[in-house]
Design a protein around this ligand. Structure first.
Ligand code: TMP
Length: 210
């Protein structure tokens, strides 16, 4: 269909995904690649409005209803953004994708993993990341990086037990998908983290040369 690529970035809160994605984008662009950054939940007008509901700490949403909202936003994102951008040959850098649903709703909130598999096989049009970068930082270290002043969103108010389960869930995803998901050590400086990612991208894609 195209030579576009989808790279997703995963990890628990506080691992520094968002800032790193911007520095990775700059490096890919200096190599002449056309890059498009997006995020989940979000990335479309509809998805961003669902994001506001999902992150609002006044929202009362059950784990399964939450899973369906996330997949509704994801479906729109795939149709409106991901497929068209891949068709244009873009390198899409996506801040979270399907692995977050396994980690947060599956392992964190204990929604049956089979239900997540079912949503993926029916509603994501076989769109799987070409590469997923997992920012590995245990929760006790990530927690120290949480901004103290910021008002907590609906996920950030969850307890240590939840985030430890999410972290362990991510590790299970890494083990189940060793070819696609690459773990990087997020307990390093920003430039070291960025360099590890660039190294993984260069190993994965022949189109990208260091
Ligand atoms: P962010 O903090 O990376 O912007 O993500 C927003 C929150 O959404 C974060 O706490 C993780 C959560 N989330 C899920 O629980 N499941 C999902 O499938 C996705 C994409 C995000």
């Amino acid at each position: 269909m195209s030579n576009g690529k989808l790279i997703s970035f995963e990890g628990i809160e506080g691992v520094g995904k968002s800032t790193t994605i911007n520095s990775v984008k700059k490096i890919l662009e200096t190599k002449g690649l056309s890059v498009f950054c997006t995020r989940e939940p979000g990335g479309t007008k509809y998805g961003e409005s669902l994001r506001n509901i999902l992150l609002n700490n006044k929202s009362v949403i059950s784990p399964e209803a939450e899973l369906l909202l996330l997949f509704s936003a994801r479906r729109q994102h795939i149709e409106e953004v991901i497929k068209p951008q891949l068709a244009k040959g873009k390198w899409i850098l996506c801040d979270r994708f399907i692995d977050a649903s396994f980690a947060y709703q599956g392992y964190g909130k204990k929604v049956n993993i089979k239900k997540i598999d079912l949503l993926i096989s029916n509603f994501t049009e076989n769109i799987l990341p070409d590469l997923t970068i997992f920012f590995d930082l245990p929760y006790d270290l990530a927690k120290k990086r949480f901004p103290k002043s910021k008002k907590k969103d609906r996920f950030e108010t969850l307890d240590d037990h939840f985030f430890n389960d999410v972290y362990k869930g991510y590790l299970k995803q890494v083990n189940k998908n060793k070819k696609r998901i690459k773990k990087i050590d997020a307990n390093k400086t920003k430039s070291e983290v960025r360099d590890q990612i660039i190294c993984e991208i260069s190993k994965c894609f022949k189109e990208f040369k260091l």
